[in-house]
Ligand binder design. Structure first.
Ligand SMILES: *Cc1c(COP(=O)(O)O)cnc(C)c1O
Length: 385
């Protein structure tokens, strides 16, 4: 009865699109033990190296000893613990917003917040390369879905012009695009939103902790805190922990507590994770600790990107620690990734449907903790490819 499963797996295999899990032994650092082999790690979103930072591990242990393991219930029942609110206040203050609300993942935030705000007959304008969790949130909302070509402000304006004045309009965008490493033209988006009476939702999954003087993301870098209505980000990438936040006005927080299903119908974040994330957010916001790591990260990304470009690789329009190398063909991308792996370097091959057809690529992510030697090893290996 379920032959379709075998058929599908066979098809994926034939098209070189079959994915499988690889096993990591031990902590996430610049060198990981993967499938029993030590490899230089160039595919983690752990940009600042906080996932195994001792200060943060200690905070988690302290949280565990004080508050135990589980949180027992959803926030609205008896799972709203002191550390959740402390973390929310720290995030709100870093994001220069009145308040913030925690979610258990970025996926849960986007798939719950978008349907809470938008309904049938409303219109959502969304960059074509926005993250899958945004797409799923839009679909769940049943609102009209207008996808504009990547970064194309002219098309966005055309669509906004056509929209009815009466319905709610939301423009939603990643700040840093996860597979291309380029950034959204947020100032232009904010201007269009004002002109056409739309609100703006920004997903800073890859911006939070990485961009901005205090790690507040692209929104901080551009000084647009007051112009973004819904500022979402994750605690799972640069913060090295788990979970996500949505920052905005206090009324937004109150509204989401009452309407976001992925907030209401789920057990709250384990308190020790919230304690760890609090330590990570404090480190990120600290000009010394966070600032030094961000400067190192910027330096590493720039060094690697200019080295790769000098060899003639197409790094697309990356300006961040996400550096794609466009290969186009899926099997070629896979072969290159395997070749690098054999030389001690782990860089993932990204294939459709994660990227457009004919858009297969190697996706390098740089960390603040990579050493000069690590970067040179990667550059030497790339030269030989
Ligand atoms: C990773 C990512 C998410 C999902 O966040 P998780 O915390 O991993 O669930 C959402 N949006 C974007 C843009 C992402 O890159």
């Amino acid at each position: 009865m379920m032959e379709f499963i075998q058929d599908d797996l066979k098809r994926l295999e034939e098209q070189e699109l079959l994915r499988h899990l690889r096993l990591v032994n031990g902590a996430q650092s610049r060198v990981i033990d993967i499938d029993g082999k030590k490899r230089l790690n160039f595919c983690s979103n752990n940009y600042l190296g906080l996932a195994d930072e001792q200060q943060i591990v200690e905070a988690a242990i302290e949280g565990l000893r004080r508050d135990g393991v589980g949180s027992g219930a959803s926030r609205l029942v008896c799972g709203n613990m002191r550390v959740h609110e402390k973390l929310e206040q720290a995030i709100a203050s870093l994001k220069k917003k009145e308040s913030a609300l925690l979610f258990n993942s970025g996926y849960a935030a986007n798939s719950g917040v978008i349907p809470a705000l938008m309904e049938r007959d409303d219109i959502i304008f969304s960059d074509k390369l926005n993250h899958a969790s945004i797409v799923d949130g839009v679909i769940l909302s049943r609102a009209q879905f207008k996808r504009y070509p990547h970064l194309d402000m002219e098309c966005l304006e055309q669509e906004l012009k056509k929209a009815s004045r009466k319905c709610r309009k939301m423009i939603i965008t990643d700040s840093v695009f996860s597979m291309d490493g380029d950034v959204a033209p947020l100032k232009a988006i904010v201007d269009l939103a004002k002109q056409y009476e739309a609100f703006v939702y920004v997903d800073e999954a890859h911006g939070f902790g990485v961009l901005g003087e205090h790690g507040g993301g692209l929104v901080e870098e551009l000084g647009l805190e007051n112009d973004i209505d819904i500022s979402m980000g994750t605690l799972s990438k640069a913060a090295g922990c788990f979970g996500a936040y949505v920052a905005g006005d206090k009324s937004l927080r109150d509204y989401l507590i009452n309407h976001a299903r992925s907030f209401i119908y789920t057990t709250s974040m384990p308190p020790a994770m919230a304690q760890a994330a609090l330590a990570a957010v404090q480190l990120i916001a600290d000009k010394n600790q966070g600032g030094i790591r961000r400067a190192q990260l910027r330096h590493n990304a720039k060094y690697l990107r200019s080295g790769l470009k000098a060899m003639g690789f197409d790094c697309m329009n990356s300006t961040t620690p996400i550096i794609p190398i466009l290969v186009k063909d899926s099997s070629r991308a896979l072969a290159l990734s395997r070749q690098l792996f054999d030389q001690g370097i782990y860089v993932s091959a990204i294939r459709p449907p994660t990227v457009p057809i004919n858009g297969a690529r190697l996706r390098i992510t740089v960390m603040a903790t990579h050493t000069q030697e690590d970067l040179d090893i990667l550059l030497r290996a790339m030269k030989e490819l």
